[in-house]
Design a protein around this ligand. Structure first.
Ligand code: FEO
Ligand code: CA
Ligand code: CA
Length: 623
């Protein structure tokens, strides 16, 4: 644990880079950041928004900024010890074995699971954290660019161990969080950890490999982006950009159409196939079929093997928003983060047993997956992905339900699901009993493809949709949808942005990505893409009912190149945990000359993705 140090002075070359970024935004004549006075308070929203903090202005800096009156703690950095016996992080002597005991890279989704289990504690619990990716140009000494095939096997092993998930016990004492260093709960899950393949695709021929001839046991999880929490205390993690990890040309394999649809053939970043045959598509054409799933992890049982829940479909999974439906079934909302891909939900067949967490292990293996059609009359039709019905038959190459799930994207398209503007996180608001969907952007949408649910061509800014289940029943066959906001700068008519009219120069946002909902039902929105508009990504909050609906207010700003992900509150709302991913990755930055050294600000130490904890100075609930 460390406290953030004061910002370093940007070097001359880095100042030029920052200025160039601003100039680029201006050159496009779009969204030039307006001057915003520090700690802006907009008179228009006085008495309108329920949120009481003063806003953080748009800006681009080598450090973070948080709304005044809050303390920010850097709780976990890439490389910090997690498992008892982990060596101290040494950037000059990294190894896969050490990294497998340390906090991974590019932390993303966070769940806070109270201890003792079943309690509502906001001072003691487990942090469950995704590690989405690895960026060798910022991780390894001497690297000046994102290298691919000339990495050593040792560095690839560091990358593999830097992926996956962390579970770590934490406690709040005197207003500061601390890791419980020798906790038996502390655990790392990596790109090599054994996990069960569960549900309808388990044991299917297309899941079999040389290492696993039965198709039941996968090694590792990849691209762990957003996630969710089940009503029985486990955590779900979405495998998103798994295609980056496979080398070779998929067109020579029997799975060519499948692999091309999921983006394989673009191993730009890793080269793992050069040392590990399972990442070579030509040698193991089925291995990619074992990724792209939602993985369930039991954080309260450190011995429990994670399980890939294939009934929830194979996508570039982002969030997994769970809700306990009134009839006792669990419903999981899912998004596929890709241009023109779809929104889904899974409805379990069985009901949740509240008496014992373990009795629900496997509940997500049996149920129905649906894809969403967003009709122009603002209704939603949920289309079941059930083998043997409609177009999901042998005539279209589906021999069974496993085929439908392995080829989820193709099945949804055949059913007529709506092609969306990159569905990222999806979150159930338990206060309003409605569902929020982040649609991050889609500049590829032409005028001819605009529809009511994706209303802007060349959508560079993204939008947020709210779904209202029919009669409050999340298992129902229909729902209603409405737009919460159209992102972008509302002062630029060309954006056609839509918010509450009182939104300030700091309050508008772009490229919504992740959500969390606070105990009062306000929605907190993190972004991924503001750097393209000349200011940093961060966290905004808004009421979703009453006079303050869509009056977004800026709460936190990342250091340059960083992306805010995984926001989550303790049950009482007094601590907000967030991930700052890839700080310093402005597209040009590298280990030798990083644009920032956040959060350590030490010469020779690169920027480090970190998990932060924010608390109000008065200790009251945030917001
Ligand atoms: Fe990993 Fe779609 O963000
Ligand atoms: Ca995301
Ligand atoms: Ca993202």
């Amino acid at each position: 644990m460390t406290q953030a140090k004061p910002p370093q002075k940007p070097t001359a070359s880095r100042r030029a880079v920052i200025a160039a970024g601003l100039g680029a935004a201006g050159a496009g004549a779009l969204n030039l950041p307006r001057e915003a006075p520090a700690q802006e308070k907009t008179p228009a929203d006085a008495g309108t928004s329920s949120l009481t903090f003063s806003e953080v202005p748009h800006g681009l800096d080598n450090t973070h900024a948080v709304a005044p009156g809050h303390n920010l703690q850097i709780l976990l950095r890439w490389g910090d010890a997690i498992v008892d016996g982990a060596p101290a992080w040494n950037v000059a002597a990294q190894s896969g074995a050490a990294q497998a005991l340390q906090f991974g890279y590019d932390n993303d989704f966070i769940a806070f699971k109270p201890l003792p289990e079943g309690s509502n504690s906001s001072t003691h619990g487990l942090l469950c954290v995704n590690h989405e990716s690895a960026r060798n140009q910022l991780m390894f000494p001497g690297f000046t660019s994102r290298k691919v095939n000339d990495q050593t096997k040792e560095l690839m092993d560091v990358e593999m161990a830097a992926h996956g998930h962390t579970i770590v016990e934490v406690e709040l004492k005197d207003g500061l969080w601390a890791v419980v260093a020798k906790s038996g709960y502390n655990r790392r899950i990596t790109a090599s950890t054994e996990m069960d393949i569960a549900g309808p695709a388990m044991g299917h021929a297309r899941m079999m490999t040389r290492d696993d001839p039965k198709g039941v046991l996968a090694l590792g999880t990849l691209g762990n982006c957003a996630g969710g929490e089940t009503p029985w205390g486990t955590v779900l993690t979405g495998e998103e950009n798994f295609h980056y990890y496979f080398g070779g040309d998929p067109r020579s394999t029997k799975e060519a159409a499948n692999h091309l649809l999921y983006g394989l053939g673009n191993d730009l970043f890793h080269g793992w196939h050069l040392h590990y045959a399972r990442f070579s598509v030509a040698q193991e054409p089925h291995e990619p079929n074992r990724f792209g799933w939602v993985v369930e992890i039991d954080p309260y049982d450190p011995k429990a093997r994670p399980a890939k829940r294939t009934a929830l479909g194979r996508l570039k999974h982002e969030g997994a928003g769970c809700v306990l439906n009134a009839d006792g079934r669990v419903v999981v909302y899912l998004g596929d983060d890709e241009y023109f891909q779809h929104v889904y939900k899974f409805v379990s067949r069985g009901t949740v047993d509240r008496s014992d967490r373990k009795r629900n292990w496997g509940l997500l293996d049996d149920g129905t997956l649906f894809a969403a059609r967003f009709n122009d009359d603002q209704s939603v039709t949920w289309l079941p992905l059930v083998w043997g019905t409609g177009p999901l038959t042998a005539a279209n190459g589906f021999a069974n339900q496993a085929d439908v799930l392995i080829d989820t994207r193709r099945a949804a398209a055949l059913l007529g699901a709506t092609a969306m503007d990159r569905p990222e996180d999806i979150e159930v608001n338990r206060v309003t009993n409605t569902v929020f969907v982040a649609l991050t952007k889609n500049a590829r949408r032409g005028d001819e493809k605009v529809d009511a649910a994706n209303p802007r061509a060349k959508n560079r800014w993204g939008h947020i949709m709210e779904m209202v289940p029919a009669d409050g029943d999340h298992a129902a066959a229909t729902a209603r949808w409405q737009i919460l906001l159209l992102a972008g700068d509302p002062a630029e008519p060309g954006t056609k942005a839509q918010y509450h009219s009182g939104v300030s120069a700091a309050g508008w946002l772009t490229n919504p990505d992740n959500f969390t909902v606070d105990p009062k039902g306000r929605v907190w929105i993190s972004t991924d893409g503001s750097n393209d508009f000349g200011f940093a990504d961060g966290l905004w909050a808004t009421d979703v009912v009453g006079q303050g609906r869509a009056l977004t207010k800026a709460f936190f700003r990342c250091p340059i190149g960083g992306e805010l992900t995984g926001p989550t509150f303790t049950p009482d709302g007094t601590t907000l945990f967030c991930s700052v991913q890839h700080p310093g990755d402005d597209g040009k930055s590298n280990f030798v000359d990083p644009v920032t050294r956040w959060p350590d600000f030490k010469e020779g130490v690169p920027p480090r993705p970190s998990l932060i904890a924010i608390r109000a100075q008065d200790g009251k609930p945030i917001g």
